[in-house]
Design a protein around this ligand. Structure first.
Ligand code: FAD
Length: 623
């Protein structure tokens, strides 16, 4: 039975990728269905209740700059905010927020429910309707059919999900949720390359059974950072601290004693786990010389007694979990509310995706989130937004939205996945971006909001606020360029003690801001030179653009140079073994990856600039 009219876009899965995908598609005017297992779990955080961090915070700001929900929900749900790397340069500064799990989920649900063009339906999607390699709709568990021109699959860790605790295991999508078995089988019958990955989570503890007095308190920052470009501090709920404690030799002994019943170390789990979010059993094996590991003790919410001990993710048997937890300072009498576990699931090789996140084999079918081998809410949300936008653009017969690596971390993420694939859960780091100085958190709106506006992702309110900020920054930059200070100026007596080299000739205010010992704020406090901009975000923008202008223009030159060859096409059936000078390893890598352009070839790990030069020479000779 077909239900309701045909939709333009169906998004399957209401997690972090699915909500951003459905919202993006609906914001662009496409009639959109969000089909998910359980409406109550829309926006649910499967693992730790925190958003942002290094690299990930950049993605959150980019999602926000394109009108997405994640940053606003974080401002509404965040109970401890910090700016990481605050003493370092602006490129690597990143915002992280501990979120109240319930408030975050409610904020996402409200945004989803208030979105025009977006319909919700609760059911499992068990099958896809595909005709002549074109997706035409989906079939739910009860046999209901929904038609659509595009389908975005964002089913997270649910495909063929198996939960492991010690040597016991059972099928599940995450604790408390059913797995997607029928859909996994259907997808395995399609020509995609599929493999298994694994991720894990720690036991949750009852705060009433912990002794916080022996732990180190970690308050949030003051002033409290705001995540969304449309956010403000009034949105934040009450702020509370996190705590820090550590594992010790006794903890490590207990873990070593339980390894013979570890599903990972006895070979029951075959999927590869996240290298950068390892389980505690991985940590004590990989870093055997360390006798202690840090644990962040994070509250799950303002009205929740649950605590998330970040750093001791484990799939050891429950009795070992109990003993290891209770060996930790402050956890001696801990009551475990939920056991830790690992989950193994199917993911699809993202090299079978185009840069739009549409699959290469089935037209109109898009994949986003953990299904593509990534880990993390932010990575999922970013892909969801790109896939949802492209699904809508395809239905509207418009050009796709493809973000370049020099434009956004989202571009880096998708290009990495589609070009190189991944053998382990992929997470974002600032080190993955070659143009870090351009891809800062603070300028995500400057990089992306106009682009989002052009394709219908950005609403009037955000557009107006953005323009106001841009105008304020430009006006202030002009003023700083046009206002001079000279030795006889009334500000000089106040100014000179702040400077390494006193004013001996005429200087613009812009030149003074550029001096290492000076900041925009300090300069604006000098009589007759300020007061400058009130808005601290616009003021920060003025300062960063002035101080880093030299580095930024050098990076722009590098980009222009790289772009000259970026889009040079490589034939898909190219015989790399014909090029003399290429090593066997390079030939094997290029043959496997089959990059479509020189740009993509250059980003495959192990493909050296020398190999790229040989390729270019060969292509030139071929004419
Ligand atoms: P999910 O958030 O998993 O959402 C999938 C959605 O799809 C769910 O709403 C589900 O109900 C729905 N769904 C699934 N199948 C169907 C179907 N057939 N029909 C209808 N709806 C369906 N990330 C980290 O960054 N660090 C960590 O340490 C970490 N640990 C994790 C530990 C565990 C145990 C789990 C489960 C996840 C962990 N994650 C971690 C990953 C993080 O939760 C995911 O990366 C993120 O949630 C992925 O978002 P997603 O939207 O792709 O999928």
């Amino acid at each position: 039975m077909f239900y309701q009219q045909e939709f333009d876009v169906i998004v399957v899965g209401g997690g972090h990728a699915g909500t951003e995908a459905a919202l993006a598609s609906a914001r662009m005017g496409a009639s959109t269905l969000l089909l998910t297992h359980n409406i109550e779990t829309i926006g649910q955080m499967s693992c730790n209740p925190a958003i942002g961090g290094i690299g990930k915070g950049h993605l959150v700001k980019e999602i926000d700059a394109l009108g997405g929900a994640m940053a606003l929900a974080t401002d509404r749900g965040g109970i401890q905010f910090r700016t990481l790397n605050s003493s370092k340069g602006p490129a690597v500064r990143a915002t992280r927020a501990q979120a109240d799990r319930t408030l975050y989920r409610q904020a996402i649900r409200t945004i989803v429910e208030q979105q025009e063009n977006l319909t919700l339906f609760q059911q499992s999607c068990d099958d896809l309707i595909v005709e002549n390699d074109q997706v035409c709709g989906v079939v739910t568990q009860m046999g209901l059919k929904f038609k659509a021109k595009s389908v975005v699959l964002t089913v997270g860790t649910f495909l063929g999900g198996t939960i492991h605790i010690g040597l016991e295991n059972y099928r599940g999508g995450r604790a408390g949720d059913p797995p997607s078995i029928a859909l996994a089988e259907r997808l395995r019958a399609l020509p995609f390359r599929v493999d298994r990955l694994k991720t894990g989570t720690p036991a949750r503890l009852d705060a009433r059974s912990l002794d916080f007095s022996v732990m180190q308190e970690q308050p949030g920052d003051d002033p409290v950072p705001v995540v969304s470009f449309m956010g403000n501090r009034d949105m934040h709920p009450r702020q509370i601290p996190c705590y820090i404690t550590h594992t010790n030799e006794r903890t490590h002994e207990i873990i070593r004693g339980g390894m013979d019943r570890s599903p990972m170390y006895t070979g029951i789990i075959e999927g590869v786990g996240p290298r950068y979010c390892p389980s505690i059993e991985d940590k004590i094996t990989r870093f055997a010389d360390k006798n202690s590991h840090q644990i962040f003790v994070e509250p799950e919410g303002l009205n929740s007694m649950e605590v998330y001990p970040n750093g001791i993710s484990t799939s050891l048997p429950f009795d070992v979990q109990m003993a290891l937890v209770r060996s930790i300072r402050g956890f001696e009498n801990a009551h475990i509310v939920r056991p830790g576990y690992a989950i193994e699931y199917d993911f699809f090789d993202p090299r079978d995706l185009k840069q739009t996140l549409e699959t290469k084999f089935i037209n109109g079918l898009f994949f986003a989130g953990q299904i593509n081998g990534t880990t993390g809410y932010e990575e999922a949300g970013a892909q969801g937004l790109v896939a949802g936008a492209n699904a809508a653009l395809q239905v509207q017969q418009k050009d796709p939205m493809i973000l370049r690596r020099d434009q956004a971390y989202m571009g880096v993420l998708i290009d990495d996945l589609a070009t190189m694939g991944t053998k382990e859960p992929y997470r974002m780091f600032t080190s993955r971006a070659e143009y870090r100085l351009l891809l800062r958190e603070d300028n995500a709106d400057m990089r992306l909001t106009a682009l989002g506006r052009d394709i219908g992702l950005v609403d009037d309110a955000r557009w107006a606020a953005f323009n106001q900020k841009v105008e304020a920054v430009e006006r202030e930059q002009q003023r700083l360029r046009g206002q001079w200070v000279h030795p006889g100026h009334s500000a000089v007596d106040e100014l000179n003690p702040m400077l390494k080299n006193p004013i001996s000739r005429e200087h613009t205010l812009e030149e003074l801001v550029r001096r290492p010992e000076m900041t925009y704020k300090k300069l604006m406090n000098v009589s007759h030179l300020g007061p400058g901009l009130d808005d601290p975000i616009a003021a920060e923008q003025v300062e960063i653009q002035i101080k880093y202008a030299g580095y930024i223009s050098r990076q722009l030159e590098e980009i222009a140079k790289a772009q000259r060859h970026e889009n040079t096409l490589l034939p898909v059936d190219f015989d790399y073994s014909k090029i003399s000078g290429l090593s066997n390893e390079v030939v094997a890598k290029l043959t496997e990856a089959r990059p479509e352009t020189i740009g993509k070839a250059s980003r495959i790990s192990g493909i050296t600039p020398a190999a790229i030069s040989l390729l270019l020479v060969f292509l030139k000779k071929q004419g």
